[in-house]
Write a protein that binds this ligand. Structure first.
Ligand code: MN
Length: 239
């Protein structure tokens, strides 16, 4: 039976309509590795969140706008120019209950930051401003499937088991990164300037976060399917 994978969505307001939507590359990466994707709108009712968690076998926390720094007890600097309290509160609630239940979780970009903040960590609000000698992490003109910088993967880790190599080239579309690591998390990859590029859990079966965008690479570089495959398999094991 295919595991049902909940995928979190953007919260966008246009002049005439409000949208909860997400890049098809997340959806397609789950489909191509044997999962059944279900998009999760940003609702804010605890009973309904619990109901979702009865239905789904795993959650993919997707990329998107910055998490409000209020969630880690800071005020935003001016480089933080858009946040969504609706999305923040839905995703934090969803994560907390999923974490309690040991439901498999994959976090991508904003998703890895969400995991970290939910577990009590903090973020650099803007890498280039706050870290001297940081490299490029947010090229504005690059297509999603272009490899941009290298990362060093630590072993032993689930991430190393998945990619089976210590150096990997990845894409990069983030201006924030993990600062203080959240509870029971370990760093599994860094870029050469020391930015945390991947984490996983010390105590949960499958909780992985990556700062890059594997979903944009699965079509062009099939090794990135392995990450989704491992996630979908972990979800299947819970069915
Ligand atoms: Mn990066």
């Amino acid at each position: 039976m295919k595991p049902i994978i909940g995928i979190t969505t953007f919260d966008q307001s246009q002049i005439t309509k409000k949208l909860n939507s997400v890049s098809y590359n997340y959806i397609n990466s789950i489909i191509m590795t044997g999962g059944l994707p279900v998009l999760l709108p940003n609702i804010n009712n605890k009973e309904d969140v619990l109901k979702y968690l009865d239905i789904i076998d795993g959650i993919l926390f997707t990329g998107g706008v910055d998490i409000s720094p209020l969630n880690y007890f800071e005020n935003p600097i001016k480089q933080v120019d858009y946040t969504s309290s609706r999305r923040d509160s839905f995703e934090l609630e969803l994560f907390n209950i999923a974490y309690e239940r040991n439901i498999p979780i994959l976090g991508i970009c904003r998703g890895v930051q969400l995991i970290n903040v939910a577990l009590g960590g903090t973020l650099y609000q803007d890498i280039n401003l706050e870290i001297a000698d940081s490299l490029g992490h947010c090229p504005s003109e690059m297509p999603g499937d272009e490899l941009y910088h290298s990362i060093d993967i630590k072993s032993p880790s689930i991430l190393f088991d998945i990619f089976k190599q210590e150096k990997l080239f990845v894409n990069s579309f983030h201006h924030q990164a993990i600062k203080k690591l959240g509870r029971n998390l370990k760093i599994t990859a860094k870029s050469s300037d020391g930015i945390i590029e991947a984490i996983e859990s010390n105590e949960r079966d499958f909780l992985i976060g990556v700062q890059w965008h594997p979903e944009d690479l699965t079509q062009r570089y099939c090794e990135f399917q392995n990450l989704f495959q491992a996630f979908v398999q972990a979800c299947k094991n819970k069915v």
